[in-house]
Every structure is written in C-alpha cells, then in structure tokens.
Design a protein around this ligand. Structure first.
Ligand code: ADP
Length: 666
C-alpha cells in the first residue's frame, strides 16, 4: 500500500478521500487554490500546497503543477476525485511517465470512453445495446439536421465531450434544431473546448440506471450493483438511490453483465460507472461510461457495506479485487440528496456567500453527511456550489425515505440560498414516495414542488418577533452588566423594558408579503399583536440561535438565525427567509435598474441575443451569460426595447453589474 498520496481535488470529495486514506494509515497531501486557503480539505490533510489562483484552469486543472507538488512531497500516487483532471487521459499518462500512480483507469481506457461518440462505436462492436442515434465524425450542420429528421423528433443533441448534464439540448421540432445546435455547440466549446455533438432519439419517460464496476490489474471485473439516478433537474442528478426500485434479479444480472462487458472492452482498471438509459418496460441502452468515482458512490457503499475509496487504493497499488461477484450483496436501501447553495425559486440560480449557519443532522449508522465546508466557510463563484451530500440508509426504501425526510428537517443552513426545503418537498411527492420514477419527475410535479406560496402561518411572524425582542434584551443585559456608568444609555434601554406601556412596531417581509407586528412589554414577556389579535409570548434564545418559545398556551421550538437585516427561521420542518423591513431604505429611487437585468453572479457575457432598438416581448431572451460553467439567459422583464448593451461577448462582468439599458413599452 502507498505511504502517501496526493489528492488533486477540493471540496467534499477531497475530504472523502482523506478520510479513507487516514483510516488505512496512508498520509495525504492536499492541493489548494488561493480561494481555498482555509478550506476544509486543506485543514484535514496531513500537508497542503498552494497551486495557484482561484480559477480552476490556473490551479486544479494545471497538471504540471500538481505533478511537481507530488514529486516535491514524495506522494507515490494521485487520487483525482471527480471532475477536474479525473477523466483527463493526458494527466493519467503524465502521471505514469513521472512514475506516479494515477488512482484510476489506464489512459487508454479514459481515451476510449472519453468521447461519447467514440465510446458508442466501441460499445456497438462489443454488442452492448445503444440508443438509436447518430454518432458520426461528420459535423456538417445540414447533415446533422437530416440525421435528426431520420431519427425522428424529439431528439437530444449531446456534446460528445460533455459531462455533468452540460451541453445537452432536447429538440422537439425541426424548426428549433438550428438554434439548439448553435447553443449546444457554444456551451460545449466553453465548457469542454470541443464542440462536436452527437444526436440521439429522445427517450420518453426514461429512467437513468447506472452500474458501479471495478476492474483490477489482473483482468478481473465485477459490478457492485446499480444506482437509480432518475430524479434529475436539467439532466443533473438531484436524488440517487440503491438499489433501483423494481429491479428484478434477472434484469440486474443482464445489465451487470453488459456493464462488465463494457468495462472489459476497454481493459478497465479501478472504479467506473456504466450508465444506461432505461425504458419503462425495462429495456436498456448504454449511455456512457464514467471513468472515475461518481458523486453518488456513497449509496453503493451504504448498501454493500464497502468503502469504494479503499477498493480504489488497493487496486491502484496492485492488489486484486477484494471480493468476487458471488461474495457481493445488497443490504437494505440507501438514498442520497445533493444539498446545493442554489435558489429553487429563482430557477436554481447558484447562490454565493458565507455559510453563517451550517448544522447538518446528527450522523449515525443510518445518516451520513459528506461535505467540504463548515459553518463560517464561504461558497464562492469559482466552483460548484455543492454544500454537502446527505445519505441515509434503511432496511427498505420506506424506512430510508422517512429517515431522509427527518434528516432534511434537521438541516440548518443560513447565509446562502439552498435547496433543502425543495428537497423536503421532493422526497414527499407521492410519485417519488411510490417509486414511480423517470427523469421527468421534477418537471411533472411542478405544482407540488413549487406550490403557490401558502399564507405564512401566524407563528412565523410571532416567533421571529419574539426572537428579536429576546435578542435585544440579551444584548441590553450584557451591555448593562459591562457598563460601569449608571447613566449609560444601555440602562435606559433596560428601562424601556420595564416601562410596559410603550408599544413598538416591527415590520417583516417574506418575499412580496409584509406584516406589521406590535410589541408591548408585559410581565415576564411580551404581548405580540398582529392584525388586531394579541398573543402573550415569552421564551429564551441561546447563543446557538435556538428559540424556546411560549405563544399563549403553546410551547414551540425553533431556530432564528440573524444575518444583517435578514432572519432565517426554521420551524415545523421548513424554513422562512424574513427581512426586517423597517431597516430597509424607504422608497424607490426612480432610476433603479430592474434586478433581472443585472448579472445574478460574476460571469462572462457569451452572446447578445436581442437586436438593439427592436421591440421585444416579455420573456424574450436578451443576453446569455456564463457563470459557474452554466449558461444563464437574461430575458425581457416586460415588453420593451434594448437601448444598448453595456458589455460585449467575452467580457467578464461582476456580480450585480447592469448588463443593458432596457426601456419598457409605455
Ligand atoms: P452527462 O455525461 O452530461 O451526464 P449523459 O449522457 O449521462 O450526460 O446524460 C445525462 C442525462 O440526460 C441522463 O441521465 C438522462 O436523464 C438524460 N438523457 C440522456 N440521453 C437521453 C436520451 N436519449 N433520451 C432522454 N433522456 C436522455
């Protein structure tokens, strides 16, 4: 076994690899960018070396620099994690040349599977079933359009070099083909530096089922069963589970055999995943092979009881596979949810900022949290906005699901927008609970997932107001204690509390809603008034923001985190983002830019879509921005005309930058 390995990655996966290495007595070297100087993976590793500025192409993607660090620190092997250099054949080759073990497959296997089109040709030869489509080298747009016609709409255009759900466009009619091809190629060029595409028949109501495979240097290969990753948003996985609901032993064996065939066809070594797209009747087609550890590998670990990183290290150091196919077993059911800093109500726009509060549910044999951040850390625009992966295990799917619901309800995140409430709704929708799965589930369940905001319960306004009063009181008490001066104004504030007759009003906002609350000091607590009704309230709030409240006869526990004028209230299994409105600047300045026309985050302008001076309808695309490796389209907030664009394609824009001058129709 290696004595020391380098981890060429960051975030949760770097932390995940360090954990196993430590357990196996292998020391770890982390690498980090300037933006990650205080990151969790740097804190956890035995040593850490700075490799460059924040931008991944200047740090985590610089192969030579990483190899240099490996040599300097005496690391014998490099674990690439996922993303970054993990599927880069040149990096795998460079490691081999430098005499450093690449913990992954040989460069030849990465190359063979690297391009979706080439891998399809190879799989066709190996007899693995393929989705009907075109994966030829000729990229003439006219030919591609003809091929789409031949395959029959709807079709899916995929970047051949694509991954992570990027560079894919569904096209329903021939009229939309050209525009979709252009935008797909543009995204592919930006994200992968290669704009070749392939076209596939768009399978309706498909499931995504993938098989975990492992090969060793002795030529053995096994499958560690399947994961169902059908619950996706814009072709990106949101929930993953193992085993796949409804899978029969016969079909599992057939798909497992096909997966092993696929791996053997490229002389695979290490951990890999063979992805299939599956029709509702169970027929399956090869989609692609990912030649690395997957984000969702923990669900496989939970049901097999194995540590896949340990397997990776053993195989890379030359050991044979630890178990044979017949020794492998599935125990129970596991589900993973990806917790992201993103705003589901704003089209899942990534959110950046400090994690003012980050308290995951308690971990146990059934609940696992893999994360690269801790409370106080920052989600920056430089990398993927993942906060954590929450993985639960149960004796069966039902038990796993209820554990997932409970764990989500215990998550406390404040400071950045996040998808915890969305995930809570998602694991509760009947179709997911009944395992009626396909990749369109999220889209189909819009009504349940994005309900018309129900009225905010009265308790929300009351609890946040009570928390505010208790906090002020605590501050006043602390100041009074420390103020030697008897005439200190803090004592006066303390006095206000004793003077029960004065009434204050606090105005809160949730989205567009505003609510005024009156507060009167009364006995040991307060009288809270809203819309004419009064409720007596008292309680305590501790330094961890835990509120123990008494509202009338009810005792309620909640958490209220304060950030500036914002309050995040966690209560009854969900959270509310409130704003203390009376501290907001009042009135409209008239020349304010509509927020929709500002850059939602730092990014790069990639296309000016609307013609200047020509009337456009509400919702028409005006400009395309690339941020966090995704395209965001800025659309017309209402009918009007673009007077001028303030940036040109290729320009970097800061967060909040005014992108264009727009004049609404009178
Ligand atoms: P990536 O490498 O970007 O993850 P994949 O080829 O693995 O891309 O596809 C990602 C997802 O897109 C799949 O899980 C599936 O939901 C959807 N998808 C892919 N191919 C098809 C298809 N032919 N028809 C319908 N959906 C598809």
């Amino acid at each position: 076994m290696f004595k020391k390995i380098l981890i060429a990655n960051r975030g949760e996966i770097a932390c995940r690899v360090i954990k196993t290495a430590r357990r196996m007595g292998v020391s770890t070297v982390a690498v980090y960018s300037e933006a990650d100087a205080d990151a969790r993976h740097v804190r956890l590793a035995d040593e850490a070396v700075l490799i460059g500025p924040a931008a991944a192409r200047d740090s985590y993607l610089v192969a030579e620099r990483i190899l240099q660090v490996a040599r300097q620190t005496g690391a014998e092997a490099i674990h690439p994690g996922y993303g970054f250099l993990s599927e880069n054949e040149y990096f795998a080759e460079a490691c081999a040349q430098a005499g450093i073990t690449f913990i992954g497959p040989p460069a030849s296997a990465i190359r063979a599977m690297g391009l979706k089109s080439a891998s399809k040709a190879l799989m066709e030869k190996a007899g693995v079933p393929l989705t009907p489509g075109y994966h030829g080298a000729d990229q003439d747009p006219v030919l591609l359009a003809q091929e789409a016609q031949r395959i029959g709409y709807p079709v899916l255009i995929k970047a051949s070099a694509g991954g992570g759900g990027k560079g894919m466009r569904r096209v329903d009619t021939a009229a939309d083909f050209e525009a979709a091809l252009g935008s797909c190629k543009r995204e592919a060029r930006n994200a992968f530096g290669d704009d070749d595409v392939l076209i596939e028949k768009y399978i309706l109501k498909p499931r995504h089922i993938e098989f975990q495979v492992f090969g060793d240097t002795q030529g053995n290969c096994v499958y560690l069963f399947e994961r169902d990753c059908s619950v996706q948003r814009r072709h990106q996985k949101v929930l993953e589970e193992a085993p796949a609901p409804g899978m029969t032993p016969e079909r599992r064996a057939a798909m497992g055999r096909a997966a092993v065939e696929a791996a053997k066809a490229v002389a695979y070594v290490g951990a890999g995943t063979v992805e299939f797209i599956v029709n509702q009747d169970g027929s399956f087609y090869f989609m692609e092979m990912n030649t690395r550890l997957q984000v969702e590998h923990p669900v496989t670990e939970m049901v097999t009881g194995l540590d896949l990183v340990e397997w990776q290290l053993r195989i890379a150091s030359g050991e044979p596979l630890p178990l044979t196919q017949s020794q492998l077993q599935i125990d129970g059911h596991a589900i993973e949810a990806r917790i992201y800093a993103e705003d589901p109500d704003k089209g899942f726009l990534p959110s950046t900022g400090r994690l003012v509060r980050l308290v995951p549910p308690a971990q146990s044999d059934h609940v696992r949290v893999d994360t690269g951040v801790e409370q106080g850390d920052e989600i920056t625009p430089h990398y993927d906005p993942m906060i954590a992966k929450l993985i639960v295990h149960g004796a069966d799917r039902r038990q796993a699901l209820s554990r997932m619901r409970q764990a989500l309800s215990q998550y406390r995140i404040a400071g950045v927008a996040n998808n915890v409430d969305f995930l809570t709704r998602l694991v509760t929708v009947p179709s997911f609970a009944d395992a009626d799965l396909d990749t369109g589930l999220i889209e189909r369940e819009q009504a349940l997932l994005f309900p018309e905001e129900p009225p905010v319960p009265a308790e929300v306004w009351q609890l946040v107001t009570l928390a505010e009063m208790l906090r002020e009181q605590r501050l006043a008490d602390a100041c009074a204690r420390s103020a030697a001066d008897r005439h200190s104004p803090w004592r006066a504030l303390d006095g206000w509390r004793l003077n029960g007759r004065s009434t204050r009003t606090l105005t809160w906002r949730v989205g567009e809603l505003a609510q005024a609350m009156t507060v009167e000091v009364s006995g040991a607590g307060y009288q809270l008034g809203m819309d004419g009704a009064q409720v007596p309230a008292q309680g305590t709030i501790d330094a961890d923001d835990e509120l123990h409240a008494r509202l009338g006869e009810r005792r309620i526990k909640a958490t209220v985190v304060a950030v500036g004028d914002r309050r995040q209230l966690f209560f009854a299994g969900r959270s509310w983002a409130l704003r203390l409105a009376d501290r907001l600047p009042v009135g409209h300045t008239g020349d304010e830019v509509e927020s929709g026309l500002r850059a939602p985050m730092p990014g790069k302008v990639i296309a000016l879509v609307a013609p200047v001076g020509v009337p456009v309808d509400k919702g028409m695309p005006l400009l395309v921005l690339e941020a966090m490796k995704m395209e965001h389209t800025i659309t017309a907030p209402r009918q009007g005309v673009v007077k001028a664009f303030r940036y040109a394609p290729g320009d970097q824009v800061p967060d909040g930058a005014e992108l264009l001058d727009f004049e609404g129709a009178p």
